[in-house]
Design a protein around this ligand. Structure first.
Ligand code: PRT
Ligand code: ZN
Length: 213
């Protein structure tokens, strides 16, 4: 009988601190930020793994981790078979298409035949297909916003929060294709004792969220 649940969190990034604070608010203690890759809770049957966010959906799909916290944007982009069990309300952002500020934009059909740089080829590809637009998607892993100014692409599709990165790179947002926040994902078929631990955890998370509102 499994008596513990394994939870994958982002090691170091925009999701890390809020993920830790969520468990803390739920009364679940564990060592965090010590550089270790694993930590066992001292007062809840859970073990935490600290990983790159991009790797979390795969670990949860494979069952190496039972649960994970990740941006919905990453979870959907990876296409991994996991269950979204709860929206967590932090790390809110959107995935948007942006073009140089001075360019004229009349609508999505203006992107027909254009080059669009992104780290989200799957989400972008699905969106464009749904809109009946054919464009060339250039997958790059970072610094997407500089692509137009160096002549790599006419448009970008990237994560936006305040909009200041787009602005400082001379870009304007023209289409929002996905809205995201941090979510808890779970392995598709948890054993009944792991499901019981997840239910306990969700009960505490709901109480924490209700107290905030
Ligand atoms: O190292 P690791 O691979 O684990 O982390 P990472 O660098 O891939 O991800 P990280 O920590 O940057 O982001 C984790 C998650 O936070 C993302 O997948 C989103 O779900 C969420 N999130 C929320 C954001 C932002 N806000 C955000 N602003 N992720 C990225 N950004 C970046 C964006 O890429 C752009 O460069 O911030 C810039 C835009 O911000 P504004 O405020 O200027 O618009
Ligand atoms: Zn990442």
């Amino acid at each position: 009988m499994a008596s513990s649940i394994r939870i994958a969190l982002q090691k170091s990034g925009r999701l890390s601190e809020d993920s830790y604070q969520l468990f803390k608010a739920c009364g679940i203690r564990f060592d965090y930020g010590t550089g270790k890759l694993k930590s066992v809770s001292s007062n809840f049957p859970a073990e935490f793994l600290f990983l790159r966010d991009d790797d979390i959906p795969g670990y949860v799909e494979d069952g190496v981790a039972d649960l994970g916290i990740v941006g919905e944007n990453v979870s959907v982009e990876t296409g991994r078979q996991v269950t979204t069990v709860h929206k967590l309300g932090f790390s809110k952002c959107r995935l948007s298409i942006a073009i140089p500020r001075g360019d004229v934009y009349n609508g999505i059909s203006d992107l027909q035949g254009k080059n669009i740089a992104t780290s989200y080829p799957n989400l972008l590809g699905k969106y464009l297909t749904g809109e009946g637009v054919q464009a060339h998607i250039h997958e790059i892993s970072g610094s997407v916003e500089i692509a137009p100014s160096i002549g790599l692409a006419e448009a970008v599709c990237d994560i936006v929060s305040s909009g200041s990165t787009l602005m400082s790179n001379g870009l304007k947002e023209v289409e929002t294709i996905f809205r995201s926040e941090a979510v808890m994902i779970a392995h598709a078929s948890l054993s009944s004792d792991k499901q019981a631990l997840l239910d306990q955890l969700l009960f505490r998370i709901n109480a924490v969220q209700a107290a905030k509102n």
